[in-house]
Structure formats: C-alpha cells, structure tokens
Design a binder for this molecule. Structure first.
Ligand code: SF4
Length: 367
C-alpha cells in the first residue's frame, strides 16, 4: 500500500523522474490516484503535510481576489462565463472601482492581489489592465515598500501583451492548462482554442520572468486516472512555480454539464491526492486551496491545506457582482475572517505582511 507512495520521493523539481516519464512512473502515480484504500489516502496526506512543514512551515498566504470582469470572448465547454451563455449578467468594474478595492486590501494588510477576469485579447483591454496595475503600484509601492504583489489570471494573450503587463508591475500569472492531454483538451474547448497555443502562452510567461502557475480540473467527463498522473508529470516537466487544482463542478448552462459521467470515483478525494502528490513531487511550489475544493466539501479548506496548499484567495469582488462570476455552480465565497478562523483551527497561520512568493521560482532562477 504505502510502497506506492514511497516511490514518490522528495525532490526539488522532480529530479528523480525522467522525461518523457517512464511508463512505470505514470503507472505508480495512476495506481495511487485510482486506489480507494483509506489507509493509503491517510498516509499520502500525512506525507504531504510533513513535507510541507519541513520545507515551508505553517504559513498560508492570502491573495485578495478581485474578479473584475466576467466578459469573455471564449466558449470553453465547461465554464459558466463562456461567451455563449446568455443567461449571465455581464459586468466589468471600472478602473476606479478596482483601485479602490486594492487600496482597501492594502489598508487591511494584504500584500498580494489576484486580478481575474474572462479572456479579452484586445489591446484596449490589456492597456486597461496595465493602467490599473500601475495605479495600484503608485498608491502602494513607496517609502521603501514593494507595494501590493499582483497576480494576474486573464487568459491567453500575445507575448507582447504579457510583457506589457509584466512591465506595468504584475509578477505572477495563473493560466490553467485544464488537462495535459491534447485530446481531452480538444473535448473541452471549441476548435478555435488550441492546446499548443496554451503551451506557448505558458512558455512565454516563463520566458518573460513571471512566476507561472497552472493547474487542471479533476473529475472531468472522459478523464482517466492515467491522464491525471500525466498531469502531475506535466507540472514537473514544465517546472511550474504555482499550482491550482480543483474538482470539476458542472455548471448547468454549459454543454459539458450534459456530457457523460466522470469515471473518477471521488473527485474531491482525488483532488486532495493530486495535491499531496504535487507537494511531494515539487516541495517548493506555491499551491492554492481552490474555491472549488472548498465549495464541494465543508472541510475542503482544512483538508486542502493538509494536502499541501499554502495559498488562499479571500474574495474581494463586490457582493453584487459575485453571482455573475459564475465559473461553476454554487461557488463558495469565504471572507478573510472566515478563512483565518478555519486556517487557525487547522493549526496553520494566515500571514499578512509578506508577499509569500513561490520559493520554487527563486530556486529555478537561482536567485
Ligand atoms: S475558462 Fe476562462 S477563457 Fe474559458 S470561457 Fe471561462 S473565463 Fe472564458
């Protein structure tokens, strides 16, 4: 039972794994993920917790999450924000509104913000976001302070647009691959969106100098344990700095909601196992405890942290807009105080006053 777990040894970047991965490595990971053995589940999470305590301590870093726009030109088959979903009220916060939220976050002691939206590739939109970032930096980065750290999650853009946003002051970027299997990727996205383009974007972000985050959904229709194992090895091979993993939660107004049932036995537990394995394979990455994990189970936050998560995203989106930022059904929103209470109860510390960057980034860049 735990022999399978023991094949996953601690390494900085999966250095004990080969690439392309050996079939045996994929099989070992796949077997762990597919197992319904409760003892194995407990051992795996204990190992991840031990690894995280050794390498990262007990700190959990908040990113104030501002979902500033739900406008999107894409049509991903699983997402409630998809362009074709006409049942959604669309909104975009003004620059003044976003900057006011950033100021509020700063005054409360946050050191990092995550600005998230649907995908709009126009130069006008990128200029808008760049100017917002500059204004946030202007009001927070002075008197020797580096100001609010800015994480972006606004989709696939051109290299120069990523550069423009980096030059404006953003330094982390989240772009989920959703699955590392090109065939499954094509089943989740319309023909205009390509797996290759997603890979190119991830590489561009890395080349520019961002701390790069990616992630997948767990429990997608048609997804297999072998594909999830390959996802883990993909994160290692891509040497990613940050990771977000969440169980797939269907949105009723999307084509995928009427797709076939998932063959993943328990997406919640499988997500936790994926997180624990990722923590063991890449001890120094930052890993978020996704809202999807917290939505699907009341103990999602505590279990996600036990499985290795060290980042949370308290939502700062105005209340009147939250229900329209509908990536999936019945999304849970937790305030900073709620998160702090649950994190403390789990024996961890929610930390203000530090950026909490990914240690993996500095190690891979030898900084
Ligand atoms: S996943 Fe992102 S790009 Fe796709 S429809 Fe949703 S918001 Fe748009």
């Amino acid at each position: 039972m735990s022999a399978a777990v023991n094949t996953i040894s601690l390494s900085d970047n999966g250095g004990n794994l080969s690439w392309p991965p050996l079939q045996a490595e994929r099989e070992a990971l796949s077997n762990v993920l597919a197992s319904q053995d409760e003892d194995l589940f407990a051992v795996l999470l204990d190992k991840a917790e031990e690894c995280r305590a050794t390498v990262l301590g007990n700190k959990v870093y908040p990113r104030g999450l501002i979902e500033f726009s739900n406008l999107c030109q894409c049509d991903c088959y699983y997402c409630g924000l998809r362009h074709s979903n006409t049942r959604l009220g669309r909104y975009r916060l003004t620059a003044d509104e976003i900057v006011a939220l950033a100021r509020e976050a700063w005054e409360k002691g946050y050191q990092s913000l995550a600005l998230q939206s649907g995908e709009l590739k126009s130069s006008r939109e990128v200029k808008f976001v760049s100017e917002v970032i500059k204004r946030i930096k202007d009001i927070t980065a002075h008197d020797g302070s580096q100001g609010l750290g800015i994480t972006l999650s606004i989709g696939e853009l051109a290299y120069q647009q990523y550069q423009q946003l980096f030059d404006a002051g953003a330094h982390r970027y989240l772009l989920r691959i959703e699955t590392s299997d090109p065939k499954l990727f094509n089943q989740l996205h319309p023909p205009g969106q390509s797996f290759q383009k997603r890979l190119e974007c991830l590489q561009a972000l890395k080349d520019i100098g961002y701390q790069v985050g990616t992630g997948v959904m767990v429990g997608l229709p048609g997804q297999t344990y072998e594909q999830l194992a390959a996802d883990l090895l993909f994160f290692v091979e891509r040497d990613i700095d940050m990771l977000g993993l969440g169980p797939y939660i269907p949105h009723p107004d999307t084509p995928l909601a009427s797709g076939p049932e998932t063959v993943i036995a328990n997406p919640y537990k499988t997500t936790l196992k994926m997180m624990a394995l990722a923590r063991l394979l890449m001890p120094y990455i930052n890993m978020v405890c996704s809202t999807a994990l917290q939505t699907i189970s009341a103990d999602g936050l505590a279990m996600g942290i036990k499985a290795g998560a060290n980042v949370v995203m308290p939502v700062m989106t105005p209340e009147e807009n939250r229900s329209d930022y509908s990536l999936y059904a019945a999304k849970k929103y937790s305030s900073f105080e709620q998160l702090r209470h649950e994190i403390n109860a789990a024996g961890y510390e929610l930390v203000l006053g530090e950026w909490g960057d990914s240690p993996h980034y500095f190690r891979r860049r030898q900084l």
